[in-house]
Ligand binder design. Structure first.
Ligand code: AR6
Length: 165
């Protein structure tokens, strides 16, 4: 099951929240900054041991001070116009994150709109990739609750529309 929820992902009491990170995995602005602030310094300390992460992939840590038990740090692509494999890299983030969630025994997972902030990926195109990739991954699996988190109303409307398609 996939649902849309509007608000701050750091407040969600789910098994895993996904972070829209960069390849260093050492924090940044946007949702990454919000997650590190809410989790506390233990998260950065754990991230230092991960050795970064490739674009289109993800790595998992504990949730530290967050209500969520785990943080899955996914590195989305920077938007360069769509001709540089951005859609496949973004899909890779969603697939890798769900694979890690499954391996950790998580059935409740929340995603921000990866790459659609600082990285400039158009929100409508990103929502279509997110929904299609998650539907593929969830096909034949039972009991998962995936939340697509919109920080603002415009993103919520875009995600709702992608789910209706
Ligand atoms: N809860 C949910 N969504 C949020 C929150 C929040 N607390 N804060 C922002 N968003 P962005 P990116 C939304 O820029 O484009 C960082 O510096 C935001 O409105 O956070 O993947 C990293 O370190 C937007 O819809 O991530 C990287 O360097 C979405 O989250 C770089 O930014 C993603 O926006 C990654 O850029």
């Amino acid at each position: 099951m996939i649902r849309v929820w509007q608000g701050d992902i750091t407040t969600l009491d789910v098994c895993a929240i996904v972070n829209a990170a960069n390849r260093s995995l050492l924090g940044g602005g946007g949702v990454d900054g919000a997650i590190h602030r809410a989790a506390g310094p233990g998260l950065l300390e754990e991230c230092r041991g991960l050795g970064g992460c490739e674009t289109g992939r993800a790595k998992i840590t504990g949730g530290h001070g967050l209500p969520a038990h785990h943080v899955i740090h996914a590195v989305g692509p920077v938007w360069h116009g769509g001709g540089q494999g951005e859609a496949e890299l973004l899909a890779g983030c969603y697939r890798s994150a769900m694979d890690l969630a499954e391996a950790a025994g998580c059935r409740t997972v929340a995603f921000p709109a990866i790459s659609t902030g600082v990285y400039g990926y158009p929100a409508t195109a990103a929502a279509a990739v997110a929904v299609a990739t998650l539907r593929d991954w969830l096909a034949g699996r039972e009991g998962y609750e995936v939340t697509l988190v919109a920080f603002d109303g415009a993103t919520a409307a875009i995600l709702e529309k992608a789910l209706e398609a």
